[in-house]
Ligand binder design. Structure first.
Ligand code: ASP
Length: 583
């Protein structure tokens, strides 16, 4: 090694040691006779000191040529600092510099390499290797590393085997668009990059590897958001001879283990609620349960009293914004504007103030007397000082709108603290989802998910009502993962494809390999996949997954550093048989 120590390890115990450090120049302060250098590497910062008259002139001359981010090798003696810095592990010492050599110079970086940088997002993406030198990103990547290590330890201890599956596969429908890769050797044909290793892990179960996992890249050609990347990593798992609860127990155990080991947090056991219940109580299949404010349905107490808006509605539902009865006209107008935004889509908002003096003031005073408002308040468990917010309309729509309002109120009231963690399982998802545009059903999870035994008879008569053995793990309103018990019977899988609108031929052509495999002793099996980048972000209390990926893409799916995607040469296209021939 060129160094004897890292920049993060020397302390008062090392006084008088002769050491050699290497690293990047973070900062130089030249106060005439005295010069200090902050030398940085991955492990920390160590201060170097030189003094005119004491340090030899050659060394001083070299140091005066240094700039930010120069890479140097510094030799000297560890001495005690006069003014100590308790923020640094190395803050009690400094290195009395004897000799320095420049290992490489550096241009002035386009932004400061500090915890709070002056560089904009685009610039930092372009110079990602410089951004990665900053502590916040470094910490993200180190956290990610620990998370993957501990995940592997946990799964290994339970006999899970990590097996790699191919990246060049065949296009399979999992809900998103595939990235496709042209084949040179088979011109006119294409591979697809996997949206997940779903079919492969099922084949591994048929092959007898009854506990599989993989930290694996998945690829989905979707429009991007802060929490989405075209390539992302999953903790992908599959197990044989299990029922739903076995899978929930094992992966709940994994998350608890990770929280305990990485954050020293003991999580309570995860509540398990059905999709139906989640929709009724929170209007969302990924409820944020860090705060209550659960939905209260008011149909019985609010309909048939002459208020047409409520009378015509399929559902009248509200939340109790506790302690908000003092909201001003302006604040209430803002909330009304919020629910009226096209993204939320409500027509209006009804409020009832339960004033601290016990009186009521509502936006519907004309239609409802005090006694009725009191009945509502009781149903909400409201006390003086509370504010009821009520929406009405079509059941599904109004629940979604109320979910938005609930989350908004959670934000306003600062009830969504990123250092609190509230996990839960949402189970019994519908098997199918109706696609209005294309007039057909889609698999809500994926086509390999098994219907609940007791609902199978509905598959042909009332497919929309069939519930699946499918579950999601949700933490703080974020879907961390999802999975299902799979179909392992050829006939049932065939029926499922039929419901999804595949002809027998299409099903055989696309999924023959799996359905044929089901004929050779397929064990009952199921699994789950957890979003690994998301999990890392959650552990750090961050929303965007971007900082937990070393080299991410921007919102337009571009890598600004390597400038990709990019055009390829005519020759490459020719070779792939992709050139459009002119006649
Ligand atoms: N393959 C599924 C997904 O990527 C997860 C699973 O069912 O195991 O969402």
């Amino acid at each position: 090694m060129l160094r004897t120590h890292t920049c993060g390890e020397l302390t008062i115990k090392d006084i008088n040691k002769e050491v050699v450090l290497t690293g990047w120049v973070q900062r130089i302060r030249d106060k005439g006779g005295l010069i200090w250098i902050d030398l940085r590497d991955r492990y920390g910062i160590t201060q170097l000191i030189l003094e005119e008259g004491r340090t030899n002139t050659d060394t001083i001359n070299i140091v005066r040529k240094l700039g930010r981010e120069f890479v140097i090798k510094a030799k000297g003696t560890v001495i005690e600092r006069i003014s100590k810095n308790p923020k640094l592990t190395t803050g009690d010492i400094e290195i009395d510099l004897v000799e320095v050599s420049i290992l490489n110079s550096s241009k002035t970086p386009p932004f400061t390499i500090e915890d709070e940088t002056d560089g904009g997002e685009e610039l930092r993406m372009k110079y990602r290797y410089l951004d990665l030198r900053r502590n916040p990103l470094k910490e993200s990547l180190l956290l990610r590393h620990k998370l993957s290590l501990e995940t592997r330890k946990y799964l290994d201890s339970l006999q899970f085997v990590e097996i790699e599956t191919p990246y060049l596969i065949k296009s399979t429908p999992e809900g998103a668009r595939d990235f496709i890769v042209p084949s040179r050797m088979n011109q006119g044909e294409f591979y697809a990059l996997p949206q997940s290793p779903q079919t492969f892990k099922q084949l591994l179960m048929i092959a007898g590897y009854d506990r599989y996992y993989q930290l694996v890249k998945c690829f989905r050609d979707e429009d991007l958001r802060a929490d989405r990347q075209p390539e992302f990593t999953q903790i992908d798992c599959e197990m044989s001879f299990v029922e739903q609860d076995d899978i929930l127990d094992i992966f709940e155990g994994m998350i608890k283990y990770l929280f305990k080991t990485l954050k020293n947090i003991e999580l309570d056991s995860f509540p398990r609620i059905s999709y139906q219940e989640a929709m009724e109580r929170y209007g969302s299949d990924k409820p944020d349960t860090r705060f209550g404010m659960e939905f209260i349905e008011l149909n019985e107490l609010a309909q048939n009293k002459g208020f047409k808006v409520f009378d015509d509605a399929e559902l009248v539902v509200g939340i109790n914004a506790s302690g908000c009865s003092n909201y001003t006209r302006k604040q209430l107008d803002k909330l009304t504007d919020f629910v009226r935004r096209p993204q939320v889509g409500a027509k209006g908002l009804v409020y009832v103030k339960y004033n601290t003096d016990g009186t009521f003031k509502s936006s519907v005073d004309k239609f409802f007397d005090k006694e009725t408002l009191k009945e509502w308040a009781d149903k909400f468990n409201a006390k003086p000082g509370d504010l009821l917010l009520i929406l009405s309309g079509e059941k599904e729509k109004v629940r979604k709108q109320m979910n938005e309002l609930r989350l908004e109120m959670g934000n306003r009231l600062e009830l969504r603290d990123s250092s609190h963690f509230k996990p839960l399982w949402v189970t019994d998802f519908p098997l199918l989802e109706w696609d209005e545009e294309n007039n057909r059903y889609h698999a809500m999870h994926h086509p390999f998910t098994s219907p609940k035994q007791e609902d199978i008879s509905l598959l042909e008569t009332n497919p929309g009502k069939v519930r699946a053995n499918a579950y999601d793990m949700v933490i703080n309103g974020v879907e961390i993962g999802g999975g299902s018990i799979r179909i392992h019977d050829r006939e049932l899988q065939k029926m499922m494809f039929k419901v999804l609108g595949f002809s027998d031929e299409e099903a055989q052509e696309q999924f023959g390999f799996l359905m044929n495999a089901f004929e050779y002793g397929a064990p009952p099996h199921g699994g789950i996949a957890l979003g690994f980048d998301r999990l890392a972000a959650l552990f750090a209390g961050k929303e965007s997954i971007r900082d937990f990926i070393a080299f991410p893409k921007n919102n337009a799916g571009r890598d600004l550093m390597i400038d990709s995607p990019s055009a390829v040469s005519r020759e490459q296209l020719d070779e792939l048989g992709l050139t459009i021939k002119k006649n």
